[in-house]
Write a protein that binds this ligand. Structure first.
Ligand code: KG4
Ligand code: ZN
Length: 344
């Protein structure tokens, strides 16, 4: 079976074809970053319009690339939420229309379920049950995963998501949007011993996170230090703050992951979402899971951030469970992962 996957929840247009026998046949992602960067963040209306422009030619080119035609596609999966309403509507309307025209089922997929299952596109793939750390621009969640659709939320951010904190702190340091990768690159030149940022909510029990205070801590440090730093030393100051910030986020995530693993007795930790592309975080969870006698799993970097492959794969899993949607379609800009059932 072949599933076409379509992702348009935010500022990336992603399309992919997943084959149940041969795996991921191909995927392409078009990033709208240059479109939004002048505004310092995503402009929802521009995002929707750009998805409209890109989707049809991208699907057309991908089908040619994977030597498939419409007749080879058995289902169309699309991101139904959470995300920007207009952007979601573009993908949903496009995917449903294709499915109707091709006379195949359509499946509305939860974006975070896509991220959560993305590591299963890799070899070796994790097997159920596992604990998942979802770290993206909009979410930071620890989830106990028993099976496809059986998700129990263990903890989540009570304010900013980890990616959001990266982006906001990067902005303070004068780095472009999205700030995560830029801040991570700058932090490599930073001195880890110069500043120590707090590890929020690690001093009390529980698996929730809070990242908004770190951004404020970065701002205060920057303001205090800037006054006594000559212009020639400013870049160094920014790198040292970036390093302290990244160390604090990585440390905090690792402390909560350890707790989640100890609490659930799981031997596998799956990490996904844009922030899981972060090298320092990857090295850290690898070390942690080794120490705990288990293993960490995460997708290749291009499948950590938003993409169509994870949606095609989640679509295949849902189809296999006997699910698909009727002709009426709906998007859910706000949608909890726990509302998903395993279906069948
Ligand atoms: O999963 P994703 O592509 O989109 C959402 O669903 O939100 O995640 C995007 C987020 C952004 O906040 C971006 O700054 C962050 O992931 N990110 C990173 C890195 N690469 C992307 N954060 C830290 N280090 C990175 N290398
Ligand atoms: Zn995402």
């Amino acid at each position: 079976m072949r599933v076409l996957g379509i992702e348009t929840s935010c500022d990336e247009t992603g399309v992919a074809v997943y084959d149940s026998r041969h795996g991921l046949l191909g995927h392409t992602v078009y990033s709208q970053i240059p479109l939004h960067s002048g505004f310092g963040g995503v402009v929802p209306e521009l995002a929707s319009r750009d998805h409209v422009r890109k989707l049809a030619p991208m699907v057309d080119a991908l089908l040619t690339e994977v030597q498939s035609t419409a007749r080879d596609i058995d289902a169309v999966a699309y991101t139904a939420g959470p995300g920007l309403a207009g952007a979601l509507l573009v993908g949903a309307a496009f995917a449903r229309s294709l499915a109707w025209a091709w006379d195949v089922p359509a499946l509305g997929i939860h974006h975070m379920e896509g991220h959560l299952l993305a590591p299963m596109l890799e070899d070796p793939a994790p097997t159920f049950p596992f604990v998942a750390l979802l770290v993206s621009g909009g979410h930071t969640q620890l989830v106990q995963v028993a099976d496809v659709g059986a998700y129990e939320l263990l903890g989540e951010s009570v304010d900013d998501a980890a990616g959001e904190a990266f982006d906001k702190t990067a902005k303070l340091l004068g780095l472009g949007y999205p700030g995560g990768p830029a801040l991570a690159a700058l932090s490599r030149h930073g001195d880890p011993a110069r500043f120590r940022f707090p590890r929020p909510m690690t001093g009390r029990p529980g698996l929730d996170f809070s990242f908004s205070g770190l951004k404020t801590f970065a701002l205060t440090t920057l303001q205090q230090q800037s006054e006594q730093t000559p212009p020639s030393q400013r870049e160094k100051l920014h790198a040292d703050i970036a390093r302290a910030f990244e160390d604090a986020v990585v440390d905090t995530l690792a402390i909560k992951c350890r707790r989640a693993i100890e609490q659930t007795g799981s031997r596998a930790l799956v990490m996904s979402g844009g922030v899981s592309a972060n090298q320092a975080l990857r090295a850290r969870v690898d070390g942690l899971m080794q120490e705990l006698g288990g293993r960490a799993y995460y997708p290749r970097a291009e499948l950590c951030t938003d993409n169509g492959a994870m949606i095609a794969y989640a679509g295949w899993q849902r189809l296999r469970a006997g699910q698909h949607d009727d002709l009426r379609f709906d998007i859910q800009p706000r949608w909890s992962l726990q509302e998903l059932g395993s279906g069948g």
